[in-house]
Design a protein around this ligand. Sequence first.
Ligand SMILES: Nc1ncnc2c1ncn2[C@@H]1O[C@H](COP(=O)(O)OP(=O)(O)OP(=O)(O)O)[C@@H](O)[C@H]1O
Length: 865
Amino acid sequence: MSVTPMMAQYLEIKAEAPEALLFYRMGDFYELFFDDAVAASAALDIALTKRGKHLEQDIAMCGVPVHSAENYLMTLIRKGFRVAVAEQLEAPEEAKKRGSKSVVKRGIVRLVTPGTLTEDTLLDARAHNYLAAWCEVRGKGALAWADISTGAFHVAGSPRVRLGPDLARIGVSEVVLAEDSGVEGIVEDLGAAVTPLGRSAFDSGSAQGRLQTLFDVGSLDAFGSFDRAELGAMGALVEYIEITQRGKLPMMRPPKREAASTLMAIDAATRRNLELTRGASGGRDGSLLWAIDRTTTAGGGRLLERRVSAPSTQEDIICARLDSVDWAVTNDTLADDTRATLRRAPDMDRALSRLSLDRGGPRDLAAIRGGLEAAEMLFSRLSKTDLPLDISDLIGQEELLRLLDAALVAEPPLALRDGGVIAPGYDTELDEARKLRDEGRGVIAALQKEYVDATGIGSLKVKHNNVLGYFIETTATHADKMRTDERFIHRQTTANQVRFTTVELSELETRILNAGGRAQAIEERIFASLSSAVLAASDSIFAAARALAELDVATALADLARGEGWTRPRVDGSRAFEVTAGRHPVVERALKRDGAPFVANDTALTAEDGAAIRLLTGPNMAGKSTWLRQNALLAVLAQMGSFVPAEAAHIGIVSQLFSRVGASDDLARGRSTFMVEMVETAAILNQADERSFVILDEIGRGTATYDGLSIAWATLEHLHDVNRCRALFATHYHEMTALSAKLTGVENATVAVREWEGDVIFLHEVCDGAADRSYGVQVAKLAGLPDAVVARARAVLTALEEGEREGGTKPKAMIDDLPLFSATPVPVPAPKKESAAEGRLRDILPDELTPKQALDLIYELKSLT
Ligand SMILES: Nc1ncnc2c1ncn2[C@@H]1O[C@H](COP(=O)(O)OP(=O)(O)OP(=O)(O)O)[C@@H](O)[C@H]1O
């Protein structure tokens, strides 16, 4: 049994990346073999074929064309696969030189994983794609995360208990963990991929060296001092990037330490409930980010996403951001101009990252040129204004910009090998080579004319094909005339044609080919030198990109504020929570689409010390959840540095935001609806402090009435006495409104409705006081519950209420009595008489109808109605 040399090579390469699908380059295709082929053909819905045998077995194979490989890669990555790309590392001719049977050298050039993507087609332009690594040393945890497509690199302390919330805040795609970390579940719960790496990758000693090499510094002190866990996490991250990029390291910015205390803590459940960056469907639609994003650049979009995900708790930072938005609101013409310029500014971050990984193309250089151009233009327009934003980073690369401007054509092609990247007039040698190449083609035409004249054969043509190169072609009838002229050398005779060449024609061909090849080589050389000039300036290009993103976010938020009538919130260190005429940004936008108005509501929740809680009761569908969420979103907006949808707002900085809204099963983790609700409530009661803001919606509804009421009751007391936070608490347990008399920090509120002819009209107005009933039956009717059920429910409700009035102390006994009421006559709608069409339809057997009969039947039925 022999293994072919190619298969031997394949197996050797495959062994290097057993966990990934291997894309094995063969000419214009990436081929997959064996189990990889079976898995990929199913995942990609492409044909599975066979190619030869290995150990007597058929080899399964499928392939994807190289030119459309990115789409296939995207599908595979989305479906949770990892892909190793093995390229041909030499030209086939090179291999042939070693012997006709030699196999072309191949090797893995890259491992494509969810956290290490760089191609625009594989990435969402407006979202970061973070890869993280977590390390724990003697009980101290740390998290390092990076986006290799933009060079962003961060590190922060992250003890085991905070890992989930931290990862949720960052929004990671993939997390590198030590093999025995025991936190895989936390990562998987967030929907991110887990990548185990050997313990040694997390060693803080070797991490130091790895980082020093990466940043080309003698010591890391310049970036701050890091503990062993932080070093370990950063080291493992860099090691993994090296593994996936096969030694090529992307341009990374020095690690930035993020102190958790400077950011509003929002756990994963709260993020999900409030739909900050993802809506209920899992996409962006319907989220807060979706409702507020008016950024015009990809970098601005990513920065806004970060701001929404991690609002600040630092008064100075928040106020500085608000100042910039305020400026853009006031200076609307300048701000609009800025947005118009930004709209044309390309994504420099990602272009830079691709260039640093040798994956860049001419358009990436053009992106840097376009970005720097926009930056320079904006600086000259804004530097003399009183814009309260430091924009000095926008300039400083004039020389590079001039260089790129002179060197590149206006709109370069996608691939360097297509040629025509470098502008005419930039390089004399290149201009000459191109002239020769292009003139050569003109000379050929002249030569043809000369041959026609010399031979008198009018139909003689000079043609080109890949086998013969340039040749002279004539029909067999004229060929003899040419054979007598020794200038013409016979090359080939086909059925109808005879082909010749001449010495001068082959010389010319060589010249044209050489000139073309030379032009290409010169373009490549210039491209490489421009790339390295760009990479040498990467720090300041990143800084300029960051400044553009800042400008974009400020002007986009101002555009939103002006367009939607939002106001600047007052944010300070107090414990205020005062909102006048606040609105829910997402619900308002949805209602607007349907032409319905949103009813604005106030919130007054200030307390010097101790708890400040509003207990909200009110009918179903009245707008309780909307009001709760709207206030939480207002806090997020204010602290991310945005104006807010309200006439006025005064928010004392919130350090932790908690929400327990709605309920869903988490069957995958074996948790029922009620269990999820309790786990989330427990997290709040155990963690909330005086600087927290909590919204709790219908706690306890997932269980029996009295259990639920008791849990809600005790929860409210705990929030008041122990957590002492600001909170909004919505419930259908009207009994709880009595608590406001007992607990000083609790006040009742309700949502007003009006009753009209037995139906409810929702006013959506939040006001002081308590609701006495829930109007659940009326809402059920609105929802289209069958009339019989609604009538029966009314009867049961009346009986229950009467029972409560008469002997409320024994509701249990009364509930036991309820079956008696089933005897109450309930109007059952009389069965409808069958119509003629219905009667005809009942007798039909669809499977036995011919198409013609079916059509006739439609006409018949139509005539019956
Ligand atoms: N302030 C408002 N202005 C206009 N429409 C509103 C307002 N608040 C809520 N609504 C509308 O009412 C619907 C129901 O709101 P919401 O889900 O907040 O009610 P709820 O009181 O929490 O109901 P339930 O008790 O049944 O959960 C919303 O989808 C929205 O369309």
